[in-house]
Design a protein around this ligand. Structure first.
Ligand code: SAH
Length: 519
């Protein structure tokens, strides 16, 4: 172990990434290992060094799928690992408030490992604040308590002094209490807290998924049951809850509140759209970008390039395919003239434009992106049995086109010219799960290439039919007619199209659609 190794127990804050501390961010930036929980906002991982090892130690719900002892062991092991000088342990809210950060600190102390604690904004204060509930108020509440709601209040020896809580403290904030809500409320009433004391449940406070239910001690359990109110939530009990009526601010000017929107990012486009959507209250899921890399082997392509004269057609299906082909051609010392006797098909106008950059005017430009349409166009252009056709495309492309050509007696050479790799596979799985669970309202596309990439990735994951089915149950929003056109050709039903072809225009169209003022 490097003698100066240090572990930072960092509070990730309650959810809103803006509530993360500057010190926490600094620690994240140069940690070699980051160990994080379910409640720590994944966005914060963007601060991590790209080479850092990221270890997830929590799963949905609060039944730890990794036990606390195992987590302690992982932290200790990582701190002792060669080459590691900084370990960031990122925990939701504040690490010492029901975060078991105390236990982790003790484990480190026992091992003689140096550590620092970086407090975070705790959800018991922040979630009420975002719900417009000040946990103290000079005239309404002079004291507050943070209480675990996880304890079974029926067990004989409760560590919670219910009598004192019911009488001596003005505002009660229960963590982890949704499952035991009826027991908690019963216990308070039994100990003399009036049944009409206001209660608020704040779920996913400070995030765009925030939900608030306001009731009173006597009725809240039943009301929560009726709407099956879920964790994670803070239960706030006390007269301060009534102030929400005047103070509620978070829901104001948030026309997209509660909307679950997918932003499909292109390589160059930063999170600009995500930011605006979030400001308007939407819950944004960013679909990861893809990278274009070399195929596993250029063998087929190289053989074809060596023998280009024997082909009667070359088919390009994408801009990337054109670029890949010509760059490989150039490497062998050849240029466009090698295609002199070869007819060229470019699928879609963007592909045709790209071929033109290399001095070639495509003989046909089938506008239809789906392989079936392309087949027809090729046949119409005179491609026939016995012809030798080179199909230059992505490794992972669909088989419909080559199979169709082969069935027509055409001799097809399928040459991989590039491969797309998804930057974050987990994020794709996550999104597919959300789409399948109908947990997405809208998918936005801000360019033609993002539509094609998105559909290629989705179809690659679940098959084309399922991809189209999933898309059909989601609202598709496009930035303008060209993107819409691409989407429609891919079989998507575009419901929302921006009138002004900018990010702001797209956001406006989403808001207008929700208000029912367009279409
Ligand atoms: N250390 C954390 C608490 C961890 S215990 C903190 O300081 O906030 C987990 C509980 O925290 C959840 O059951 C829930 O009651 C609460 N919680 C965490 N994040 C929350 C959020 N964004 N909104 C409401 N409750 C939250």
């Amino acid at each position: 172990m490097a003698s100066n190794t240090k572990v930072f127990l960092i509070g990730a804050g309650p959810g809103d990434p803006g509530l993360f501390t500057l010190k926490g961010k600094e620690c994240m930036q140069d940690a070699e290992v980051i160990i994080y929980d379910y409640l720590a906002n994944r966005r914060l991982l963007e601060y991590a060094n790209p080479d850092a090892e990221l270890i997830f130690v929590g799963k949905k719900g609060f039944t730890a799928h990794v036990t606390q002892e195992e987590i302690n062991a992982i932290i200790v092991e990582k701190a002792k690992q060669d080459g590691v000088s900084k370990v960031a342990r990122l925990k939701g809210g504040d690490p010492f408030v029901f975060g078991r950060g105390g236990e982790e600190a003790l484990a480190l102390a026992a091992e003689g490992i140096a550590f620092e604690v970086v407090p975070g904004v705790t959800s018991g204060v922040a979630a009420p604040a975002y719900a417009g509930i000040p946990v103290t108020h000079r005239k309404v509440a002079s004291s507050m308590a943070l209480i675990t709601g996880h304890e079974d209040p029926t067990k004989d020896e409760s560590a919670i002094d219910w009598k004192h809580l019911a009488h001596g403290i003005d505002t009660l904030c229960f963590y982890m209490g949704i499952k035991s809500l009826h027991l908690i409320t019963a216990k308070l009433i039994e100990n003399g807290k009036p049944a009409d004391t206001p209660v608020a449940l704040v779920r996913w406070g400070t995030t765009p998924a925030q939900e608030v239910l306001v009731s009173n001690l006597g009725e809240v359990a039943e009301e929560a049951r009726k709407v099956s109110f879920q964790a994670p939530a803070i239960i706030v009990v006390g007269n301060v809850v009534a102030l929400r009526e005047q103070i509620a601010w978070f829901e104001k000017d948030k026309p997209l509140l509660g909307q679950k929107i997918v932003v499909t990012r292109s390589r160059t486009q930063a999170g600009a759209l995500s930011k605006v959507l979030e400001d308007k209250g939407a819950e944004v899921f960013e679909f990861p970008t893809i990278k274009i890399v070399d195929p596993d082997s250029f063998e087929v392509l190289d053989d074809a390039i060596a023998d280009l004269g024997s082909y009667s057609w070359a088919i390009f299906t994408s801009v990337n395919g054109v670029e890949g082909f010509f760059s490989r051609l150039g490497l062998t010392g050849k240029d466009s003239r090698s295609l002199g006797g070869v007819k060229v098909a470019a699928i879609g106008p963007a592909t045709a434009d790209k071929v033109r950059e290399y001095g070639i005017v495509a003989d046909i430009v089938p506008g239809e992106y789906k392989a079936e349409g392309v087949l027809e166009a090729l046949e119409g252009a005179g491609v026939k049995a016995g012809d030798k056709v080179l199909l230059a495309r992505a490794t992972e492309a669909r088989e419909v086109l080559p199979e169709g050509l082969a069935a027509a007696g055409v001799e097809v050479t399928v040459a991989s010219v590039y491969k797309t790799v998804v930057e974050n596979e987990n994020a794709v799985d996550d999104l597919v799960e959300r789409l399948q669970g109908a947990m997405i309202d809208t998918i936005t596309f801000a360019s033609s290439s993002t539509v094609s990439n998105f559909m290629a990735i989705l179809a690659g994951k679940v098959g084309e039919q399922e991809a189209l089915r999933l898309m059909a149950q989601t609202t598709v929003a496009s930035i303008g007619p060209i993107t819409t056109d691409t989407a429609r050709k891919l079989g998507l039903d575009v419901k929302i199209e921006a009138q002004e072809y900018t990010i702001a225009g797209l956001v406006r169209a989403l808001v207008d659609d929700l208000r029912g003022t367009t279409l």
